[in-house]
Design a protein around this ligand. Sequence first.
Ligand code: FAD
Length: 289
Amino acid sequence: MQINELFGQGKTVFSCEVFPPKATSPVDTIYKTLDGLKEIRPDYISVTFGAGGSAVNQSTREIAGIIQKQYGIPAVAHLTCVNYGREEVAGLLAGLRADGIDNVLALRGDRNPDLPPKTDFQYASQLIRFIRERDSQVGISAACYPEGHPESASMMDDVRHLKEKVDAGAQRLVSQLFFDNNDFFEFLEKARIAGITVPIQAGIMPVLNRKSIERMVSLCGASLPRKLTRILSRYGDHPEAMREAGIAYAIDQISDLIAGGVDGIHLYTMNNPDVARRIADSIASIRAV
Ligand code: FAD
C-alpha cells in the first residue's frame, strides 16, 4: 500500500516511529512496543535505520516486515546512503521489496566520525533519484527541517534543497522534531512558496526527561521556546511531573497543528507505547474533524 493514499481522506494522518532495539536489549523488546502501538491503530509505522556501525539485534527490514505481516499495519523503512555505495543501496532496496515493503523514507543519514562516508551519494536527493530510477512503484518519503538543517547555510538554501528532493521523486515529507509551532507554520509557508506541494507531516517528540531532550536538542539543533524551558526547569528533577507536563505539551502542540490544517502528525515514540497511547487517545476526536 502506498502511504500517499492516506492523505487527503478527511482525517489528519497519524504515524509512529520506532527504532530497532540495541543488541543488548532482549530480542522480543520490539514486540512489546508494537503490541502497544497496535492498539492505537496508527496509519503507518516507520522504522529507523541505524547510523552506520551501530549494533542492533534486529534490522530495519526485519522489523518493517513484522509490522506489516504480523500486525497488519503499513510500514515505512528508513534508508540512509552516506555509508553505502550504489550496489549496497540497490541490495537493501531489493531486500525490502522482496519482503513486501512498499514505502521508504530516503535519507542521507548522519555522518559517523568513526566510519568514513562513501562517495556514491552525497545528498538524499541523489538517493531518491536512484531509487526512483530503479523502482517506479515504491513510495518515497524524505526528511525536512522546520528550523533548517544544521549544516545548511540558510533556511532559503535548505528549502531549495528540499525542493530538489521532491523533484527527484519524494512524494511526502516528514519533519524533524520541533517545539515551537510557529517555526513549523513559517517553514510550511516557505515550502509552499517554493512550489513544494506534497504532504508534509509534523514530527513531534514528547519531552519526558530533561537530560535526554537536552542531548537531542544539541544533536539536531531544535530550539526550546520559553514555555518549554519553564516546564523543564520546574519539573526536570521530578520524573513523574516531567512526564505528565511533557505529554500535555505534546498534546497541546498537536492540537494546535491540527487546528492549523497540518497534513499529518509523525510521533517519535522512542519505543514507548504507553506515552504514544496517551497522546493518541487525547487527539483521536481532534484529528477526525
Ligand atoms: P539531505 O537532504 O541530503 O540534506 C543534508 C544537508 O545537505 C542539508 O543541510 C541540505 O540543505 C544540504 N544539501 C542538500 N542538497 C544539497 C546540494 N545539492 N548542495 C549543497 N547542500 C545540499 N538518520 C539516520 O541515520 N537514520 C534514520 O533512520 C533517520 N531518520 C530520520 C527521520 C526523520 C523524519 C528526520 C527528519 C531525520 C532522520 N535522520 C535519520 C537524520 C538524518 O539522516 C540527518 O538529519 C541527516 O543529517 C540529513 O539527512 P537528509 O536526508 O535530510 O539529508
